[in-house]
Design a protein around this ligand. Structure first.
Ligand SMILES: Cc1cc2nc3c(=O)[nH]c(=O)nc-3n(C[C@H](O)[C@H](O)[C@H](O)COP(=O)(O)OP(=O)(O)OC[C@H]3O[C@@H](n4cnc5c(N)ncnc54)[C@H](O)[C@@H]3O)c2cc1C
Length: 400
């Protein structure tokens, strides 16, 4: 990747070139309303540390807010028809969804009521979610220990693993093919004057001017915001993943099971399963701290897994990693759109645990906002920055 930008001035500079930055770049490059010059600046062109590289890459319809359901519905259609949606390039494969479904388990009446209410809303929107009683769960998935479980909510359509890495790759490659410039380097300073971003300084020392700045810096988003004297409640928080091989694999596909404890486990390969968990306590960490907490598996996660699925009493870890959520401490949902005062500084940040699946809709929305000043397709204004200053959380409760 080049390190020296070709021009001194850009209509749009995007800070961060992983899935969000590349989605915005691609959507803008396709917009008939946008003829400008675009630069993506990426501090780590290997993308080794970004959230996009550490993701579990699953898509779900089971949210409690209708807008998040609609976003996922758009994603499912977008990725299943990726070739046509990206202009018919024969090299692009449509992406399939390994449709094992998410299964949320409720062990209390309030949790059960919340799942039933969300299922009714999802059903109305056309999602394939079903509520299963304890007996029905036992029949469909006889391997669970269900003594403490009242019911579960299971997705039967467009829920499961998909190849988010392929989508990222095509957003980036097609954006570059459409003329978007990508450079390796770190944005180190942003100057504002009269409530506008003016200049952006890179680690190479080059100072560039821009018409719009897009903050797509993932867990480092607040470091970038602060360069412009702004602040968002987004911080890096560790999330651990283990891929395990079962001595006695299940005889059927395991849904992405969300245990009431928060530990989640899903099918990975034919005999392997992917387990995810957060630490407790769950502090903000340094953006380059990927240290694995080995004790967490032994002391906390494995006992929960083996209690819920007694057949998993013998599991061997084959792979493990720590990744970072860009954790929005207000409400664990996206911050999308312009700052209320510095109106050419755009956020696409704070996606916490469900950003990969939101990248197509969020990139499209931000491109609409930059080119026309309003959302043209899905109204994504509930994710606006104004809710941050007004301390008004977005009401999504299904966060993992
Ligand atoms: C363990 C784990 C599991 C997950 N599972 C799922 C899932 O199943 N489904 C789902 O939808 N989502 C999931 N997510 C969330 C999802 O991966 C993220 O929301 C998404 O990848 C965020 O993409 P991003 O482009 O915003 O951030 P990132 O991928 O972190 O990219 C930000 C980029 O900005 C660059 N950058 C930062 N600062 C600068 C700077 N100053 N100058 C230049 N470049 C800079 C970084 O180098 C990086 O490449 C998961 C996340 C984790 C960690």
């Amino acid at each position: 990747m080049a390190t020296d930008p070709l021009y001194q001035s850009y209509d749009v500079i995007i800070v961060g070139g992983a899935i969000m930055g590349s989605s915005v770049a691609w959507w803008l490059s396709q917009s008939p309303d946008f003829q400008g010059r675009m630069l993506v600046v990426e501090r780590d062109p290997s993308y080794a540390q970004c959230s996009t590289a550490h993701t579990n890459s699953c898509l779900r319809q089971q949210f409690s807010e209708p807008l998040n359901v609609r976003i996922s519905q758009f994603t499912a259609e977008f990725i299943k028809n990726l070739r046509a949606n990206m202009g018919g390039d024969p090299r692009i494969e449509d992406l399939s969804i390994q449709n094992f479904g998410y299964l949320y388990l409720a062990d209390t009446m309030p949790r059960a009521d919340a799942l039933c209410a969300a299922q009714a809303m999802q059903h109305k929107l056309g999602a394939g979610t079903r509520i299963l009683t304890q007996d029905e769960l036992a029949q469909a998935f006889p391997f669970y220990q269900l003594d403490d479980i009242l019911l579960g909510s299971h997705g039967t359509r467009d829920e499961g693993y998909w190849d988010g890495g392929a989508l990222f790759d095509w957003f980036r490659r097609k954006a570059i093919a459409a003329g978007v410039e990508y450079v390796a380097g770190e944005v180190e300073a942003i100057t504002t004057a009269r409530n506008k971003v003016g200049n952006v300084t890179l680690s190479s020392g080059r100072t560039l001017s821009c018409g719009h700045l897009v903050n797509a810096a993932g867990p480092r988003a607040n470091l970038v915001a602060r360069m412009a004297g702004l602040d968002i409640p987004v911080e890096p928080r560790k999330r651990f993943t283990w891929v395990v091989k079962a001595e006695r694999p299940l005889d059927r596909e395991l849904p992405l099971t969300i245990d009431p404890s928060g530990v989640h486990i899903r099918q990975d390969g034919p005999e392997t399963y992917m387990v995810g968990a957060r630490p407790d306590p769950d502090p903000a960490v340094a953006p380059d701290d990927f240290h694995m907490d080995h004790g967490l598996w032994e002391q906390h996660v494995w006992p929960i897994v083996a209690t819920r699925i007694p057949q998993f009493d013998a599991l061997k870890i084959v792979h493990e990693w720590a990744g970072h959520y860009a954790y929005n401490t207000l409400d664990q949902n996206a911050i999308l759109g312009a700052h209320t005062a510095v109106d050419n500084f755009f956020f696409i940040n704070g996606f916490s645990g469900h950003g990969l699946q939101q990248a197509p809709a969020m990139g499209r929305g931000l491109a609409e906002l930059i080119t026309t000043g309003t959302f043209q397709t899905l109204d994504l204004s509930p994710f606006g920055y104004d809710r941050i200053t007004e301390n008004r959380p977005f009401g999504e409760h299904a966060v993992i």
